[in-house]
Design a protein around this ligand. Structure first.
Ligand SMILES: Cc1cc2nc3c(=O)[nH]c(=O)nc-3n(C[C@H](O)[C@H](O)[C@H](O)COP(=O)(O)OP(=O)(O)OC[C@H]3O[C@@H](n4cnc5c(N)ncnc54)[C@H](O)[C@@H]3O)c2cc1C
Length: 296
């Protein structure tokens, strides 16, 4: 039986209290949200915090709201809440695409967007989604809040910009008029982690692609914002030739490794092919959102 090392446990009753505990215990304290990633790591002794700060009573961190031209999602918002939100589905179909294929209902009932992003596992689907959407995250500490673009949030596998005594409180996603987005994932069986996955978000301006975001999952770290692919797409006219070029660039700009889910070569192929498919669907959805032709 896998048993974690002993630890203290505090259930925070306010964000201020959580931050105070995190500050006081420093490196030895960890936030626990859904616990679906942290607890398995503790059982395997890959993580050994002295204190767990449980944030599950901090209901102020569980919200989805439209504020100006941003969708604001609290860090404690569960996968299930995202999947069931009409607001999320309306503006960001990519999130619903991804949530439908993240794990299974028991995991989706507890797992949170904050935990998914803070885990910084390169295979995490919501990280690729938030990268493609050019989301920004709000980190709060004793001294106040700072807003960090997703592109700078992950600083390596399992490392984020959240410092000692800080926590993630919100994810902000820009709402762009007439946008389209999609997520494509290949897994070995339903509910499994991705063999590889690709997320795309874009708008169409005068028939040309703008604001392109492309993020990949499960093909190595550093693929949440594929600059080279985004630059290629911006200003381009949607066509199979452009999608082919983007697919080749996506394949070339990731660093998968061979493991039980597939060979590096196969994952590289998937990175390209899934980028192409997500692009096609994003453009079709953008056209639908703008009231022109195309299917979602
Ligand atoms: C069987 C199984 C299958 C899964 N399949 C998939 C899948 O297909 N795709 C996928 O993307 N994910 C998958 N997951 C992971 C799932 O999405 C988890 O919910 C997610 O990884 C972590 O969310 P959590 O709320 O459980 O985080 P936790 O486990 O509570 O925390 C994870 C990490 O984030 C930190 N943290 C949490 N919240 C905050 C915060 N607000 N501020 C600062 N740090 C914080 C914790 O300290 C910890 O280091 C799977 C999990 C399981 C158990």
């Amino acid at each position: 039986m896998q048993v974690p090392a002993s630890f203290d446990y505090r259930r925070a009753t306010s964000v201020a209290e959580a931050l105070e505990l995190l500050r006081r215990y420093g490196e030895e304290a960890r936030v626990v949200a859904g616990g679906h990633s942290l607890l398995p790591m503790m059982k395997l002794r890959l993580a050994g915090p002295e204190l767990l700060v449980d944030i599950n009573d901090l209901h102020e961190l569980d919200h989805i709201e439209l504020v100006g031209d941003e969708l604001r999602v609290g860090a404690l918002t569960r996968h299930r809440t995202l999947l069931e939100s009409p607001l999320v589905g309306r503006y960001f179909p990519i999130v619903h695409d991804a949530e439908k294929v993240i794990a299974d209902p028991p995991v989706r009932n507890r797992g949170t967007i904050g935990g998914s992003l803070c885990q910084a596992d390169p295979s995490e689907d919501l990280s690729a989604v938030c990268g493609a959407l050019h989301a920004r995250v709000v980190i709060r500490g004793e001294g106040g809040e700072r807003v960090v673009p997703m592109a700078d949030f992950h600083q390596g596998p399992y490392e984020t910009a959240v410092g000692v005594g800080e926590m993630l409180v919100q994810v902000r996603i820009p709402v762009l008029p007439g946008a389209g987005s999609a997520y494509e994932k290949v897994e070995r069986k339903s509910g499994d982690w991705a063999v590889a996955a690709a997320g795309v978000a874009l708008t169409l301006r005068e028939g040309r692609i703008a604001d392109a975001g492309v993020g990949l999952a499960a093909v190595g770290a550093g693929a949440l914002n594929l600059d080279a692919v985004q630059e290629l797409l911006n200003g381009g006219e949607p066509s199979e030739a452009l999608y082919e070029e983007a697919a080749l660039l996506a394949s070339a700009n990731c660093s998968p490794v061979t493991d039980g889910r597939g060979s590096a070569e196969y994952k590289r192929h998937l990175a390209g092919e899934l980028t192409r498919r997500a692009l096609r669907r994003s453009v079709a959805r953008a056209r639908t959102a703008q009231g022109t032709t195309g299917e979602a």
